[in-house]
Design a protein around this ligand. Structure first.
Ligand code: ADP
Ligand code: MG
Length: 674
């Protein structure tokens, strides 16, 4: 017996027990080797005209013998002579395939797409086998040889018989382990079942370029006998048929023009377990220093677990048509976690188990391109198929907003123009660019109101007030919305009509346009403002002056009301923005009432120092209620002022969608009034 070269015993042990996380990949490795062997022969025949190779004969066969627990992977590829068996299988980490690749580097075109590179994949067979026998006959040779090993001490090589060129790798599977104290025992016998083999081939080797065949059991109806009576019940029989298990052509390698949308849809549905067709399909192919093919899908609906922490993002990563990773997370940013698809590259460096990526430079380059592609697909959908885009946004918009929020606004450049919000004036979803373009001259900010119902927001006094002044208001109903705006702070609106500081410049520009020049455009930074914020500037100068004067004139009343509200509000003032409602609550500082509500629902809810908004009770001086207040103040009726202040405050809260802090007291005040 010959011993393995190098510190083989240790190495082999390491291999079998530590490199791979997953025993089942052994089949992928053996099939990859068979595919390489077939590829090499194919390549030789292409470069050697004297070789006659019947096209279509090249194949990989899998067979099992349950009686003796063997699983065999056969190929009719290039085969190995005794020397090669010794060199390739007797030396761990020696890759004959890698050698073949470099030897043929110059002459090789796109025909050779060899998978092997590390010289260890073969030994993964020992993860499931107690004995491995390799019978091989090199192409053009009359002799065959067998390599045998138990994977422990070493191996033997001796002459053997084989009908034609190629290789059989025969695994005698390990004995099944019985379940021990809580741990499930390994069931190696499952690798003898048709179901498991089919499943593994489809999962890992579906796109290997040569047919992977197996005799499978099928069932058919027996022909009806001549003499069968009327009460004949059909009989069934099992029969065996050679079936090709893999689909071979990787759809992502084809150009989009050569694939029908139905085929893409079919591929998407079967690969990603969705019963709906994708909203959007995009494929691209990179050539040059880093070559890869990518096929991306934007699903039509969110999977039920998208927003749960169990959801795993990622694209399937293939290298030379062999699955490396089902979900490679590094290929997608979190905010595009809904994208499904495939990236296939021969050029990504894999570590020897293929399951982890050795270095991420190439992967990062691919990820950047994937991200750009998704963005441009979404932009295209937004501009050319708004209905589909709204469906998309309904499903996945929250992730985009969260992407801006969680990056502290750094991703705003990429994502802001993909957002949609409900416009109170247009009564539909609009982009920020559309909102900005429709702003009347002089509007300084993007106004919004936040709450949980669109209907209620639309009726809020601060919203109707802004609308009646000609300003549109975005109605935000998702938790993350207002936080997103705060993270962005401002929106950069492109190509807005230029604003001229002084009249002379404006007149000159108007004249230029009249003379046929293009109007001047500029990018404008526009702040976001909650219409319920204290410093929001909707009123005219005159209205503001009136309000200030009224507040001053009624200072005693405002102070008395503020005192009776006992710390619930920062101050009471006469409003410059109210039109119909008697009062409203606004806030000073960055925290709005809605954000306060969101935080109160969050994980910190129980903590004592949860930030509170600084509330202001604003009064409408034009409302009849105001006269009553003034009258009460003049009469020195402090009880009445307290009663009215409490009522106005509570009902303003109700309008905001919040409960009065003390509902019993609120009810009592209403009764008292009656
Ligand atoms: P790798 O595939 O990364 O080169 P393996 O350990 O899987 O490493 O295989 C080692 C070498 O054994 C291969 O490079 C190849 O030269 C040879 N080999 C393995 N299986 C076959 C086969 N079915 N036919 C021909 N050669 C094979
Ligand atoms: Mg290999």
């Amino acid at each position: 017996m010959r011993a393995f070269k190098t510190e083989s015993k240790k190495l082999l042990d390491l291999m079998i027990n530590s490199i791979y996380t997953n025993k089942e990949i052994f089949l992928r490795e053996l099939i990859s080797n068979a595919s390489d062997a077939v590829d090499k022969l194919n390549f030789k025949s292409l470069s050697d005209a004297s070789m006659e190779l019947a096209d279509g004969d090249l194949a990989i066969r899998i067979s099992v013998d349950e009686g003796v627990r063997t699983l065999t992977v056969s190929d009719n590829g290039i085969g190995m002579n005794a020397d090669e068996l010794e060199r390739n299988l007797g030396t761990i980490a020696h890759s004959g395939s890698e050698e073949f690749k470099s030897e043929n580097a110059e002459s090789q075109g796109s025909e050779v797409d060899i998978i092997g590179q590390f010289g260890v994949g073969f030994y993964s067979a020992f993860m499931v086998a107690k004995h491995v026998r390799v019978v091989s006959r090199a192409f053009g040779s009359e002799e065959a040889n067998a390599w045998d090993s138990d994977g422990l001490e070493g191996y033997t090589i001796e002459p053997a018989e084989r009908a034609g060129h190629g290789t059989d790798v025969i695994l005698t599977l390990r004995d099944d382990e019985s379940a021990e104290s809580g741990e499930a025992g390994e069931d190696y016998g499952r690798y003898l079942t048709e179901w498991t083999i089919k499943d593994l081939v489809r999962r890992y080797s579906n796109y290997v370029r040569y047919p992977i065949q197996m005799m499978v059991t099928k069932s058919r109806q027996k022909p009806k006998p001549e003499d069968a009576g009327d009460d004949y019940t059909p009989e069934w029989e099992d029969y065996k048929e050679l079936e090709t298990l893999n689909s071979m052509t990787p759809i992502w390698k084809k150009r989009a023009a050569d694939v029908s949308q139905e085929d893409y849809d079919e591929f998407y549905k079967s690969s990603f377990h969705d019963f709906e067709a994708p909203l959007r399909t995009a494929s691209f192919h990179a050539e040059g220093a880093l070559e890869y093919d990518a096929l991306l899908f934007i699903p039509g609906r969110a999977p039920f677990d998208l927003y749960s922490k169990d959801y795993e993002k990622g694209l399937a990563l293939y290298s030379s048509n062999v699955l490396i990773m089902e979900k490679c997370a590094d290929l997608l940013p979190d905010y595009y976690n809904f994208v499904r698809g495939v990236v296939d590259s021969q050029d990504v460096s894999l570590n020897i188990s293929r399951e982890t990526l050795q270095q991420n430079r190439q992967l990062r380059a691919i990820a950047r391109r994937v991200e750009k592609k998704v963005t441009s697909e979404l932009e295209d959908m937004r501009d050319n198929d708004r209905e589909a885009y709204e469906t998309f946004f309904d499903n996945f918009g929250r992730g985009l907003k969260y992407g801006i929020y969680s990056s502290y606004g750094m991703k705003a450049d990429e994502l802001a123009d993909l957002l949609l919000f409900w416009s109170a004036r247009e009564q539909k979803m609009v982009t920020l660019a559309e909102y900005a373009a429709a702003m009347p001259e002089g509007q300084q900010a993007i106004y919004y109101a936040a709450g949980d119902s669109r209907e209620r927001l639309a009726k809020m006094p601060v919203v109707t007030g802004a609308l009646s002044r000609g300003y549109d208001v975005l109605l935000l109903t998702a938790d993350v919305d207002e936080f997103t705006f705060q993270a962005m702070r401002e929106y950069v609106a492109r190509d807005m009509p230029k604003v001229y500081e002084d009249d002379a410049a404006r007149a000159a520009a108007e004249q230029a346009v009249a003379d046929g020049a293009e109007p001047e455009l500029e990018d404008r930074r526009i702040e976001f403002k909650n219409v319920a914020a204290g410093d929001v500037d909707l009123a005219t100068d005159e209205e503001k002056e009136d309000a200030q004067r009224a507040t001053k004139d009624n200072e005693a009343l405002c102070d008395a009301m503020c005192a009776s509200l006992d710390g619930k509000v920062e101050k009471v003032a006469v409003s410059a923005r109210l039109t119909d409602a008697p009062a409203c609550i606004t806030t000073e500082g960055p925290l709005s009432l809605e954000m306060e509500k969101v935080l109160a629902r969050g994980p910190e809810a129980a903590s004592d120092d949860l930030p509170k908004s600084r509330r202001v009770l604003e009064l409408n001086a034009k409302h009849p209620v105001f006269e009553k207040l003034v009258a009460a103040q003049e009469a020195g009726d402090t009880d009445k002022i307290g009663l009215y202040a409490g009522l106005l405050y509570d009902q303003a809260l109700l309008v905001e969608g919040m409960l009065p802090e003390d509902p019993v007291a609120f009810a009592a005040r209403v009764c008292e009034l009656m």
